[in-house]
Design a protein around this ligand. Structure first.
Ligand code: ZN
Length: 221
């Protein structure tokens, strides 16, 4: 499966002058989602990586290797990293992402104590919206987002409910993975994940600031 050329873009459609990097993800960052999958709430953040080849634009058809069982949507607040002062990574963009997950394959890999990569890091497993420039007046602890599937609300997230806040998440990532310009950080999904079906029409809604609302359409091939 080849990836359509993806490039980071801002909400106004202009290209972000950033390379494509890795995606660093956290698992089980909302207690309600950990509970729905019968996973314990972890004492330390569960981190995993998707490669740059997993990135695709939210308005391109969602697709996945469909011979391995159910593919779940996980709707997440996403961060685009850029260069900060003195080499420190800095958040330059904020958006939403779908962390696509081959759930049955993940379950069998977990049961066999094998790595998850095939279930989480496949081509186009990370569909991202265009990025909103991050500014001080975007409160990362007060981000509301929702996922609608075929007109029905399936997920509702509020970053205030994260078990590991964004600043603590960046601290937890730092000893293991340097964040470089063009990298993306996914911050975990709230409850309500479920399988995608061919033809599903999705809508991601986001309120980054009070009285500022965005809606992004997506569809499953
Ligand atoms: Zn996820």
């Amino acid at each position: 499966m080849t990836s359509a050329a993806y490039q980071h873009r801002w909400l106004d459609g202009s290209a972000a002058e950033l390379p494509l990097g890795k995606v660093v993800c956290i698992g089980r960052n909302y207690a309600d989602h950990a509970a729905e999958l019968n996973n314990p709430v972890p004492a330390e953040p569960v981190l995993f990586i998707k490669p740059a080849t997993s990135l695709c634009a939210i308005d391109q058809p969602l697709q996945w290797p469909n011979q391995f069982g159910a593919c779940h949507f996980e709707t997440e607040l996403a961060l685009l990293m850029g260069a900060g002062n003195e080499g420190e990574p800095a958040i330059v963009g904020v958006g939403l992402a779908l962390d696509l997950t081959l759930r049955e394959l993940q379950d069998s890999l977990k049961a066999a104590r094998l790595p998850w990569e095939k279930a989480k890091a496949f081509d186009r497993a990370c569909a991202v919206t265009p990025w909103l420039h991050y500014r001080d007046n975007i409160d990362l602890a007060a981000q509301q987002f929702e996922l609608y599937c075929n007109g029905e609300r399936r997920q509702r997230g509020d970053s205030a409910q994260m078990l590991t806040s964004v600043p603590a998440l960046l601290k937890a990532i730092a000893p293991f993975f340097s964040l470089q310009p063009g990298d993306v950080v996914l911050t975990g999904t709230p409850a309500g994940v479920g399988p995608l079906h061919s033809g599903d029409q999705l809508e991601l809604r986001w309120t980054p600031r009070p009285d500022e609302h965005y809606s992004f359409a997506a569809h499953a091939r």
